[in-house]
Design a protein around this ligand. Sequence first.
Ligand SMILES: Cc1cc2nc3c(=O)[nH]c(=O)nc-3n(C[C@H](O)[C@H](O)[C@H](O)COP(=O)(O)O)c2cc1C
Length: 243
Amino acid sequence: MNEVVRHLRAHRSIRKYQDSPLTDEQIHAAVVAGQAASTSSAVQAYTLMQITDPSKLERLVELTGGQSKVAHCGAFFVVCGDMRRHELLCQRQGQPFEVSLETFIVAVVDASLFAQNVCVAFESMGLGICYIGGLRNDLDEVDELLDLPTGVLPLYGLCVGEPAERPSARPRLPAELIWCRDHYPTDDEVLSQIDAYDTQYQSYMEARGAAAVSWSMRMVGQHAQARRVALAHYYRTKGVKLS
Ligand SMILES: Cc1cc2nc3c(=O)[nH]c(=O)nc-3n(C[C@H](O)[C@H](O)[C@H](O)COP(=O)(O)O)c2cc1C
């Protein structure tokens, strides 16, 4: 296994950080590494907004469902899909600016490829990271707090900092289930692989001192009802034509 692969496989989300702030040099190096990611037709439809204002960070703790790490890490960022630059260019040329579901997907994919490169770069510096999907609990409030113009779409937060914990790796589904050739596995194949994984996942949860829920039951609970249904309305208000 080469160094890069070993490094990628050593990832764990870090949820407790030391107080030391990141340096601008560290952040700049990670951003440039993020920008090296592939980008659909070179649109580079992303922005990484660092939040440093303590009152905004405290409000973001509340908005993310009480995730105190948001205000207690080396640096907190909001990862945004960003079509603002493209909008301004269209306006300047007197051309229409249309944001379809395709444009939205391009921005989400671009921003996420960028963000994951940023995270890998930070991790290579010995820092820990944790994505914060809780940012989408109330995007109207986040938008107002950050005063985001049209075209800038907050997607998730990102905590980065010196780790103050050493969690064990959370097991993943068998690679044999993720990698298929020419045809999708049968339902029986899928479910039997998941049953084996459930045992492993449950042991991991037990070892962490968490409720020993299986991955299956966690996923069932998570998908039993539609989540964050206000998102479509929010993104529409930002000019995205979702349908
Ligand atoms: C888009 C995204 C959003 C996430 N949101 C949160 C979050 O709000 N809070 C949190 O503690 N972890 C969050 N996570 C971390 C996941 O829970 C974590 O990646 C997953 O359980 C696998 O564990 P690992 O990263 O330690 O391998 C998020 C991860 C992703 C990719």
